[in-house]
Ligand binder design. Structure first.
Ligand SMILES: [Zn+2]
Length: 272
């Protein structure tokens, strides 16, 4: 949801896999391997499969909010990444039938992790369950994994909670106050474009009809999750939970897979 969506935090899972940096990792070859060529080299090939486009890449997924939210935990103030403070985290929104945003975000994150790993990516999650309320899940820590590992980028997953009649559709948020500076903001805009185009063409969710004047972009400076990022990061509001049509999509595993594959294709495009 908009207010307090800016979650941010991180569960530093032990053994964050190390991967090549964005600068040194090269796209996977797409040309077919030579066919049955007799080789004098006895060394067995350890090359990844040719279509695993994200081998050597590390992607951070941030499932917004947490099911462990409480007033005591969520309302305490933390740095907002631009000199002020804000609440550690909000509870998130829910559909009119009671499907919570934190549960959707977590389920969508699992689907996205599966799709990214199928392309060979190493995936790190800012939270690995939907019960924890560690202070590492406050908005000022959600970019920690992105900043402390050789990760290429972060995708923060949310869903909006707008009560406007007929308001529906996804939008992609870019921070205008990222700690990574102008270059990272520019790259994040490019990532947002790839994500927007993929969601538009590969999923049943349309662009937002109430945010971004038809562009499905939102530029904000109040989201700690994005403000602390020193590498490309975007927040996706995958739709409006208060809209019945969008809500039906959120509760569909088929849609979640569709969205995961769309976002994965956007990541491939961005990193290629
Ligand atoms: Zn949210």
């Amino acid at each position: 949801m908009l207010v307090g969506c800016s979650v941010a935090a991180v569960l530093v899972a032990g053994g964050c896999a190390r991967v090549a940096t964005a600068a040194s990792a090269s796209p996977m070859p797409t040309a077919p391997m030579s066919v049955a060529e007799p080789s004098s080299d006895p060394t067995p090939s350890t090359s990844p499969v040719p279509d695993a486009a994200l081998v050597g890449r590390t992607i951070v997924i941030d499932p917004g909010h947490t099911g462990g939210w409480s007033k005591k935990w969520g309302y305490h103030k933390v740095p907002n990444g631009r000199g002020g403070t804000k609440a550690c985290n909000s509870s998130g929104t829910a559909t009119n039938r009671g499907y919570s945003e934190h549960a959707y975000n977590f389920a969508q994150a699992q689907a996205l992790a599966t799709a990214l790993r199928a392309q060979g990516a190493t995936v790190l999650l800012t939270r690995t369950d939907d019960r924890t309320a560690s202070n590492k899940l406050c908005v000022n820590h959600r970019a920690d994994l992105l900043n402390s590992t050789p990760a290429d980028l972060m995708i923060s997953l949310h869903a909006d909670g707008d009560l406007g009649r007929g308001h529906r559709g996804f939008h992609v948020i870019v921070s205008t106050a990222m700690q990574g500076g102008a270059g990272v903001i520019s790259e994040s805009k490019r990532l947002a474009t790839d994500v927007r185009n993929a969601l538009q063409t590969k999923t049943a969710m349309p662009r937002s009809n109430y945010i971004g004047k038809g562009t499905a972009y939102s530029f904000r400076s109040d989201l700690g999750t994005l403000n602390f990022a020193r590498h490309p990061a975007v927040m996706i509001e995958l739709g409006n939970m208060r809209n019945a049509t969008d809500a039906k999509l959120f509760t569909s595993a088929g849609f979640r897979t569709q969205a995961a594959e769309a976002i994965t294709s956007a990541v491939v495009t961005f990193l290629s």
